[in-house]
Design a binder for this molecule. Structure first.
Ligand code: HEM
Length: 211
């Protein structure tokens, strides 16, 4: 039987950064949903009622965005699309049917992960900018009313896209067995790396993943 070993995927800082952003995301999403629609207003009780929810929400959002800047600076260069990623995305049927042997060798991240990463970047920039535009009482008075109304609409639509994106991201992390361990303990098994990220395995271990 071949020797089993563990490969370092995330250092302590990256993992702390990730889970800090996750906590901020839940705080921002729940406090935001509470003021998005009356049917979800009950969520405001988690934050001390309607007024506190409204006061705290922008601070949760800004903290999430600042936390994410750390992650984006760390990971953006590993999320640049290659021709192999485009091919991987074209073969999405093989992905969902778990026929990974038919897919081109994947680097540190696959095409889907990269797409979600850039979706997160775009959504957080839009949420950050539009949020400031109607943040009462400090910034909103400087923005014309029509623009503020547009900002509210765009903010809500972008938050919806981000929440769906994060659900897909978390689902994929749980679905691919062994991925959660990468973000909790920092290590993945050699089998995980060979199966899901063969090109990355070759890069970090220096061996043929099929050997
Ligand atoms: C409950 C929610 C979440 C879970 C369970 C989760 C889980 C994970 C796991 C397991 C990985 C490692 C994947 C791998 O190395 O192949 C990862 C990576 C990552 N996560 Fe999350 N995550 C969650 C929420 C978030 C949120 C809210 C954000 C940011 C807004 C985020 C941003 C990232 C980024 C940027 C990466 C690196 C992947 C890349 O750069 O493409 N995650 N996550």
């Amino acid at each position: 039987m071949s020797e089993r070993f563990w490969i370092r995927r995330y250092d302590d800082r990256s993992r702390m950064n990730h889970w800090f952003v996750v906590i901020c995301f839940f705080l921002a999403a729940l406090s935001g949903l509470a003021i998005f629609h009356p049917s979800m207003f009950f969520l405001a009780s988690l934050f001390g009622g309607g007024q506190w929810d409204r006061i705290l929400h922008p601070f949760f959002g800004v903290t999430m965005c600042l936390g994410f800047v750390g992650m984006a600076l760390r990971f953006w260069h590993e999320n640049r699309f290659t021709d192999a990623d485009k091919q991987w995305m074209r073969q999405w049927r093989d992905v969902v049917d778990n026929r990974e042997e038919k897919l081109p060798p994947v680097g540190r991240y696959n095409g889907g992960q990269k797409a979600i990463f850039w979706l997160m970047v775009i959504c957080l920039i839009v949420l950050f900018v539009t949020g400031f535009m109607f943040w009462e009482p400090w910034f909103a008075p400087y923005v014309p009313l029509t623009l503020r109304r547009l900002a509210v609409l765009l903010h809500a639509a972008t938050a919806t896209v981000l929440i769906i994106g994060i659900i897909v991201h978390a689902y994929a992390a749980i679905w691919v067995k062994g991925s959660i361990g990468a973000m909790t303990r920092g290590y993945v098994s050699d089998r995980w790396a060979r199966k899901h990220h063969a090109a990355w395995y070759r890069e970090v271990v220096g061996r043929d993943p099929r050997a």
